[in-house]
Design a protein around this ligand. Structure first.
Ligand code: HEM
Length: 239
């Protein structure tokens, strides 16, 4: 068997052959390069998303496994924090497209046909894991299950704060991720609006208005229960 090296290990030849522009090669070089930039931005999002989904799925499984709920919570914190960091990277990555010159985008956009980010399977899986402001996702349900196995409720976790141990850290990591997801959606809307304004999306939606409605803050119950701690009057009375 051949000795591994950098390119055989990472399969760079295959990886770097995957940026196939649709605009004819005869087009202006700057426009071909702009489409290449557009493809790289999307592909790198999908790649980081692959890692984030694997981390989140394992975190969900560890949280819902009834064997060692406390250990599951502890390990899942590491995975959730990593996924939250990856959402930060995704946020940065969508912003690079602000450097896509409009005059170039106008020329290659017709070649995208009906291809649209809204068809991303991985983003769909992410929204099932995180849920939205109307319904809880798989991660939150696993978190509630884990708390129940440890004999407490999410309200207890919110009330206990740092003394709640692993479960408190899970709650914090979930919210970091939820806020990261929200930031991605806001940044994406900003880029989209800068690039196509009130035009329809290639996927056939109204574009701006559609995306505006889809900006949500996941983990509504956790947010509500944390808010309720204020109403519980735990603070010592002023002297
Ligand atoms: C110039 C940059 C971009 C523009 C103009 C743009 C435009 C749009 C538009 C108009 C939609 C609504 C669906 C439609 O009708 O097509 C959409 C949805 C979406 N796009 Fe983009 N997009 C851009 C960059 C990106 C990037 C880099 C990603 C990352 C992979 C991405 C992922 C998505 C996702 C996941 C949705 C669905 C959002 C949801 O359902 O809430 N987009 N985009």
């Amino acid at each position: 068997m051949a000795e591994l090296n950098y390119s055989s290990y990472l399969q760079t030849e295959t990886l770097l052959s995957l940026q196939k522009t649709q605009i004819p090669e005869t087009a202006d070089r700057t426009v071909v390069l702009a489409e290449h930039f557009f493809i790289v931005a999307h592909q790198s999002c999908e790649l980081w998303l692959k890692q984030a989904l694997a981390d989140l799925s394992l975190a969900r499984d560890l949280l819902s496994s009834p064997c060692h709920p406390a250990d599951g919570a502890e390990i899942s914190v590491e995975l959730l924090q990593r996924a939250a960091e990856l959402l930060r990277v995704l946020h940065e990555q969508v912003l690079v497209l602000e450097r896509l010159p409009l005059r170039h985008f106008v020329q290659f956009r017709p070649y995208l046909g009906t291809a649209s980010g809204a068809q991303s399977q991985q983003f769909r899986v992410l929204s099932r894991l995180l849920g939205d402001d109307k319904g809880e996702g798989e991660l939150y349900r696993a978190f509630v299950e884990n708390a129940a196995h440890q004999g407490c409720t999410v309200a207890d976790v919110c009330r206990l704060g740092i003394t709640g141990g692993g479960l408190h850290r899970v709650a914090e990591a979930l919210l970091d991720m939820g806020n990261g997801y929200w930031r991605w959606k806001v940044a994406h809307l900003g880029v989209m609006s800068k690039m196509v304004g009130g035009q329809q999306g290639t996927g056939g939606t109204s574009g701006e208005e559609f995306l505006m409605r889809r900006i949500t803050l996941p983990f509504p119950e956790l947010r509500r229960l944390r808010g309720a701690v204020h109403a519980e009057d735990l603070a010592p009375s002023p002297a």
